[in-house]
Write a protein that binds this ligand. Structure first.
Ligand code: MN
Ligand code: MN
Length: 280
């Protein structure tokens, strides 16, 4: 053994050397961010937070210290949305075929690339926004339009949207005309259990977590904060309900470290922990 093996530390969160429970990779893309920039630093911040939390899961009653995690690093940096989407789709296709995958954003546009690699998965989205604009800030490919592009390509069957509270009339119109199922934040506040009724036909799920679904009081470090969001308790209750189904892959997007006090990145790390714990 050399001192390089002994003392040099990787920024990645890989651990263990058995068959991986989870594959992780990051997409440091934020070129279309319209309000609080910095989500390109999301993957690094989530990894740092993950290395600084305890590895026991209260929800699942288990410790993940012995779980094998394979962190593949980040997608090549680009400011070009089309190039990022092309890379994201190809890499996701390869990685998701290997096994359970967690993807670290980046802004929400990345999901247009990563979800498209999951041909048989339903899409569950947690987000304060619908991201259903036809165009935003003069581009068709934006964090605010990604879901519209998905619906255009794959239809709206097998999509469940949870947590909306900030949207435009044009988005609401498209939501209704394309019959996307939405449980807005008001309905979550009344009873988070209602989502169970909508999951019965969902065999395999791709879960996209826009951290702004959670209230800015708990998760201030996001690209587009929006009040009246989910509490941490509601969020993890919903996650537990979703984990009863088969989650094929998930992404955590919109963490903007320059606007974070640390609590949002730790929350993201905790989500990864619970995702791993539910698989052990
Ligand atoms: Mn979003
Ligand atoms: Mn959002």
């Amino acid at each position: 053994m050399s001192y390089i093996d002994l003392y040099m530390q990787s920024e990645l969160i890989s651990q263990g050397n058995k068959e991986p429970i989870i594959y992780i990779f990051g997409i440091p893309f934020d070129s279309t961010t319209s309000y609080k920039p910095g989500t390109r630093f999301g993957p690094s911040a989530i990894r740092q937070a993950f290395k600084n939390i305890e590895y026991n899961s209260l929800n699942n009653g288990i410790n993940i210290s012995n779980a094998t995690i394979k962190d593949l690093g980040n997608l090549k940096f680009t400011v070009n949305p089309q190039y990022m989407l092309d890379m994201a789709r190809k890499v996701s296709n390869e990685v998701i075929n290997k096994g359970f995958t967690g993807i670290l954003g980046g802004e929400h546009l990345i999901t247009l690339g990563t979800y498209m690699a999951c041909k048989n998965s339903s899409l569950v989205i947690l987000d304060a926004h619908y991201d259903l604009r036809d165009e935003y800030n003069d581009t068709k490919y934006s964090h605010a339009t990604f879901l519209r592009r998905i619906v255009e390509e794959r239809g709206s069957d097998n999509i469940l949207h949870i947590g909306a509270r900030g949207f435009g009339d044009d988005e609401l119109e498209f939501l209704k005309s394309s019959k996307i199922v939405s449980i807005n934040s008001k309905r979550v506040h009344e009873n988070p259990e209602v989502i169970k009724d909508y999951l019965t036909t969902f065999n395999e799920i791709y879960l996209s977590i826009d951290l702004d679904a959670i209230d800015p009081a708990f998760a201030p470090g996001v690209g587009t904060p929006e009040p009246l969001g989910l509490t941490i308790k509601q969020f993890f209750d919903i996650l537990a309900i979703l984990q009863e189904r088969k989650i094929k892959a998930f992404d955590i997007v919109e963490l903007s470290p320059p606007y974070d006090n640390g609590s949002t990145s730790v929350l993201a790390a905790k989500i990864i922990l619970e995702m791993i714990a539910s698989r052990l």
